[in-house]
Design a protein around this ligand. Structure first.
Ligand SMILES: Nc1ncnc2c1ncn2[C@@H]1O[C@H](COP(=O)(O)OP(=O)(O)OP(=O)(O)O)[C@@H](O)[C@H]1O
Length: 235
């Protein structure tokens, strides 16, 4: 059995906005092994991003537990969470958040300069098929290429955990598939445990496991017998 690296038990998050309480996550128990590729589906407001933010150390749970290896994320202080994010987690969001005045290579170097044992920026960009775009600025790249720079930036630290929130949300099918191919390659070559939130059910076919959220809970979880190559995904 592959080693479990991420485990949550009864993970719960309540947001307080003025007098209003929102139960965003309600007792989520989840496990992922090293190298798993998990797609998370579910209606808007079902708690997907909240879950990703908690396991990524961007937010703190109200109750329950979340462990990444021996990191106890529900008891960690701010400094420990910052180290956890820096050393172990790569984030990819819908909007690429690249620095417009820096080239692709320089955007990736922002990360490689602050972590131990990074891969060279050029290697990370080659892994996502952008070896020919090293010195291009974001404005000189297509949306899909910008997202692949964001993936290169996320993986250059060799993260154990790669968390993607709607990574193809802003892209058409042809461009989105190139981004998915990059994620699948990174997942396989780095054995990074990969969680992808999407509204696009077609993407579920490339997952090893598909988890459906509803009302802040895991409504269902299934394994795919085979994982479709990203190049064959269409929507
Ligand atoms: N910072 C916050 N403060 C208050 N409420 C929040 C906050 N973040 C999320 N919520 C609420 O928590 C619930 C879950 O939100 P979440 O963003 O996790 O859902 P989601 O499944 O990712 O939705 P979407 O698919 O639309 O991104 C929603 O009702 C949302 O309004």
């Amino acid at each position: 059995m592959p080693e479990t690296v991420l485990k949550t038990v009864d993970l719960t998050k309540v947001y307080h906005t003025g007098a209003i309480e929102v139960l965003a996550l309600s007792g989520v128990s989840f496990e992922a092994a090293m190298g798993d590729f998990v797609v998370i589906l579910g209606p808007s407001g079902s708690g997907k991003s909240t879950f990703l933010n908690l396991v990524g150390g961007l937010d703190i749970a109200t109750s329950g537990s979340a462990f990444y290896q021996d990191h106890d994320l529900t008891r960690a202080g701010e400094a420990e969470l910052t180290r956890y994010r820096r050393d172990h987690v790569g984030f990819v969001f819908q909007f690429y958040n690249l620095i417009p005045s820096l080239t692709a290579r320089e955007n990736v170097r922002l990360v490689t300069e602050i972590v131990d044992h990074p891969m060279p920026a050029e290697e990370a960009l080659a892994l996502v098929g952008l070896e020919g775009r090293l010195d291009h600025f974001p404005a000189e790249l297509s949306g899909g290429e910008q997202q692949r720079v964001a993936i290169a930036r996320a993986i250059a630290k060799r993260p154990g955990l790669l968390l993607c929130d709607e990574p193809t949300g802003a892209l058409d099918c042809a461009t989105g598939v190139l981004v998915l191919e990059a994620l699948q390659k990174v997942n396989r070559e780095l054995s990074a445990t990969t969680l992808v939130i999407t509204h696009n059910v077609a993407i579920a076919d490339m997952a090893g496991r598909v988890v459906m959220f509803a009302n802040g809970k895991v409504a269902s979880s299934r394994r795919n017998e085979t994982q479709k190559p990203a190049s064959q995904i269409r929507w």
